[in-house]
Design a protein around this ligand. Structure first.
Ligand SMILES: [Mn+2]
Length: 358
């Protein structure tokens, strides 16, 4: 609860702030905003993550203050001496990478600020609201309650980035009039402009990344009368285009943008299976679907990681669609693999055979 959290922040001096592996805009934005706010407010703050900033967030004012955990003595000491350890935008130790067990075992008061479901039980304080559009929204509420006059360029940019990226540029169902009022307040108080932030985050694609996008678009397949669409990013596609894995960020949204598609999946081939991104239209939920495959996330944006032969994983996950989303036109058992899909699957399996025999 916010009411319990405020005195706790007021009464302690040393803070350790961290967030999840593969940090996104909400993770880094919330961290920079909260970390800088606490500093401005006179606290001692150390920000350490298991993973480095992604390339499209390196520009963020104050981002330099986030350290990557290398096991250094000073980093361990910062955690050991912290009064309060704050975890942002994720709710489990595993998602903190190497820092997870250390934070979990630390003597500090452990605070969770997050908007995911089913937080792990080892935190001392929870400021968690599943309906929040972003962890950044919760961080804004903290700052707003304590001293909003401290919102400067860095805090405002962090908060804006957090909320903007986690709402798909203000388009998800989590966006309310209240969110827009918060954003207006952030822009005003921080004296920042929105356009350069969008440009830095979204308009920095590489030519190789666009070629990879082209390959991915070519591989889009429709299922269930065009209500479910999916595509793939294979290791070979990444190799052939000279792209990096980071380049596939946002690809799944193209798959979802097809008219009539309610849910979109992107399968990214790993050494032992597939990473899967699930996205859906506002009134369709995909989180249960992801959870069924040991993943998780939000109603309209979830993820999972499934081990197995890539092509078989795709088939298994896509086939499960009718169990988790309402599809028009037919009951769960009336859908069969279309001819196009059947032949596509054959091609993939053949490709795999060729690869393993060569
Ligand atoms: Mn988030």
């Amino acid at each position: 609860m916010l009411d319990d959290l405020l005195p706790l922040l007021r009464d302690h001096e040393r803070f350790f702030v961290t967030t999840h592996l593969g940090p996104d805009g909400d993770a880094i934005g919330s961290q920079v905003a909260l970390g800088h706010f606490l500093k401005q407010w006179g606290k001692e703050v150390t920000m350490v993550n298991a993973d480095d900033l992604p390339y499209n967030l390196e520009w963020m004012p104050g981002g330099d203050d986030i350290e990557v955990f290398e096991g250094a003595l000073e980093q361990r000491r910062a955690l050991a001496e912290a009064d309060v350890a704050i975890v942002l935008d994720t709710n489990g130790a595993e998602r903190l990478g190497k820092l997870g067990p250390m934070v979990q075992k630390s003597e500090a008061v452990k605070v969770l600020i997050d908007h995911h479901r089913e937080p792990e039980p080892w935190f001392d304080h929870y400021f968690v609201r599943e309906s929040a559009a972003a962890a950044g929204e919760l961080v804004y509420e903290i700052i707003d309650a304590l001293d909003p006059s401290l919102i400067d360029t860095s805090i405002a940019t962090g908060l804006y980035t957090a909320i903007m990226t986690d709402t798909g540029s203000f388009r998800y169902s989590s966006v309310t009039p209240r969110i827009h009022r918060i954003i207006a307040d952030i822009l005003e108080r921080g004296g920042i402009e929105a356009a350069p932030i969008h440009e830095r985050i979204f308009d920095r694609k590489s030519m190789q990344g666009l070629r990879l996008l082209g390959r991915m678009l070519n591989r889009i397949r429709l299922r269930f009368d065009g209500q479910v669409a999916y595509s793939v990013v294979t290791q070979r596609m990444v190799r052939d285009t000279n792209a990096s894995w980071d380049d596939k960020e946002g690809f799944v949204n193209y798959v979802l943008s097809i008219e009539g598609v309610k849910a979109a999946l992107l399968f990214s081939e790993t050494n032992d299976g597939s990473k899967i991104s699930f996205r859906s239209e506002a009134d369709v939920a995909v989180d249960e679907w992801a959870r069924h495959f040991d993943g998780g996330g939000h109603r309209n944006a979830s993820g999972a990681y499934v081990k197995g032969i890539f092509e078989e994983v795709i088939e298994r996950v896509v086939d499960a669609a009718p169990q988790f989303i309402d599809l028009e036109g037919a009951g769960p058992n009336e859908y069969r693999l279309s001819e196009e899909d059947a032949s596509y699957l054959q091609t993939l399996l053949k490709l795999k055979e060729d690869q393993s025999s060569s």
